[in-house]
Design a protein around this ligand. Structure first.
Ligand code: GDP
Length: 419
């Protein structure tokens, strides 16, 4: 079976996101018989007809909350014979950009929906830009409501061609496009007899064959989530490996303090391992006492993470109140929380044209390139290399609300200069 795929759906209000996802689940055989009964009942009650309203299905699925780069996102799980999927549920249209950015920060692929009658909208460009900024490199462009444009291949082409140009400009590497009719399932789970001119794969086939996220290419990193002191003789550092690989006997370094040790044991719920790799949740025991705590990073001694206290980064502003430079926020990076200030807004980005504009403040949903200062040196990675150690959030001290998602571009000042 292919590796699990995490994806999100993007589109403007009423483009058909819920219907498409519901139809996808139905065609994937991921809907249980009792859910189907409920769907038939609810469709009849709401619409008084026999046709099924697939948008209702997405409400009945098992939902699970996970802590994301920014805020809680509800993720829904389903599977086919070939693959397990996790799809972000970004319900409602309020704060859609914020929810979408959160989902995108953890997803490997985005399904971008366009209404065939409307074509590419400012929203389409905006969502695609944010997907690219959040690290998504694969997009499926689903041109929906083809029934309302007479299944016209020229209308389809007039949307897909400019989208390919846009996506290429944004650095999205893989772009698949397909024409669909979400409620009827054309090209969702089965090929459409009504659009014989489209001979490519269905949406389900594209999702089943999409590439899973490649592991970050960097050396071993373990952001410490908690220190496990089960008894006087046991001390382990628990977390999820975020890049690289570690084996018993490897020399590691606890950052930012730079204490060295060797890995004595790699403990998991299923017993000890000789080695662990990216994505595995483990507890490391070291061969000597170190002073590691939540927020520290255990890294390869040969290739430690860079450490810095000033960054150049992109920020997506997510609060009603604008970002004003020099205010103090909490910054959460990996498992660490520190004090931070945005010292300068270098420019903001027009998300429709990608033009860089001068700015004194960032408003809700605006993207800017900023300098951020923190009150202590922290280990980090560029977001482009490692989302866990390169992505952070800013939290307002008074309201405790997440006000921004940040993506580290590079260090402005390295810790070696400030000790
Ligand atoms: P969302 O807001 O993006 O989640 O959109 P919905 O899934 O709620 O769909 C909005 C409306 O468009 C609903 O009335 C759907 O039945 C309708 N719709 C969705 N896809 C299609 C389509 O391919 N063809 C037609 N004719 N209607 C569609």
């Amino acid at each position: 079976m292919a590796a699990r795929l995490r994806f999100i759906t993007c589109g403007s209000v009423d483009d058909g996101k819920s219907t498409l996802l519901g139809r996808l689940l139905y065609d994937a055989g991921a809907v249980l018989e009792d859910q189907l009964d409920a769907l038939r009942r609810d469709s009849r009650r709401l619409h008084g007809e026999e046709s099924l309203d697939f948008a209702l299905l997405t409400d009945g699925l098992e939902a699970e909350r996970e802590q994301g780069i920014t805020i809680d996102v509800a993720w829904r799980y389903f599977h086919t014979m070939r693959r397990h999927f996790i799809v972000a549920d970004c319900p409602g249209h309020e704060q859609y950009t914020r929810n979408m950015a959160t989902g995108a920060s953890q997803a490997e692929l985005a399904v971008v929906l366009v209404d065939a009658r409307k074509g590419l909208l400012a929203q389409t460009r905006r969502h695609s830009y944010i997907c690219a900024l959040m690290g998504i490199r694969q997009v499926i462009l689903a041109v929906n409501k083809m029934d309302l444009v007479g299944f016209d291949a020229d209308v389809y082409a007039s949307i897909v061609e400019p989208y390919r140009a846009l996506a290429a400009r944004l650095g999205i590497e893989t772009i698949h496009a397909l024409p669909v009719v979400a409620p009827d399932g054309d090209n969702v789970g089965a090929h459409s007899a009504r659009m014989p001119w489209y001979t490519g794969p269905t949406l389900l086939e594209l999702l089943e064959s999409a590439e899973a996220e490649p592991a970050p290419p960097r050396a071993f990193r373990l952001p410490v989530q908690w220190v496990n002191r089960a008894d006087a003789d046991f001390r382990g550092y628990a977390g999820t490996v975020s890049g690289g690989r570690v084996a018993v006997g490897d020399e590691v370094v606890v950052q930012p303090a730079m204490q060295r040790a060797r890995v004595a044991r790699i403990v998991t719920a299923d017993g000890d391992l000789a080695a662990a790799a990216h994505g595995q949740a483990v507890t490391l025991c070291l061969d000597r006492e170190v002073d590691a705590s939540r927020g520290d990073v255990i890294a390869s001694a040969a290739e430690p993470a860079p450490v810095a206290d000033q960054f150049g980064c992109h920020l997506i502003w997510m609060d009603e109140a604008p970002l004003l430079p020099n205010r103090s926020y909490l910054l959460r990076l990996g498992t660490r929380t520190v004090n931070a200030r945005v010292t300068a807004i270098k420019h903001k980005v027009d998300v429709n044209t990608q033009a860089e504009l001068a700015a004194r403040r960032l408003e809700l949903n605006e993207v800017g390139y900023c300098n951020v200062d923190i009150d202590q040196p922290v280990p980090f990675e560029r977001y482009a290399d490692n989302r866990t150690l390169g992505g952070f959030v800013l939290i307002d001290r008074q309201s405790n609300a997440t006000v921004a998602a940040g993506m580290i571009d590079f260090a402005l000042r390295r810790a070696s200069n400030i000790h």
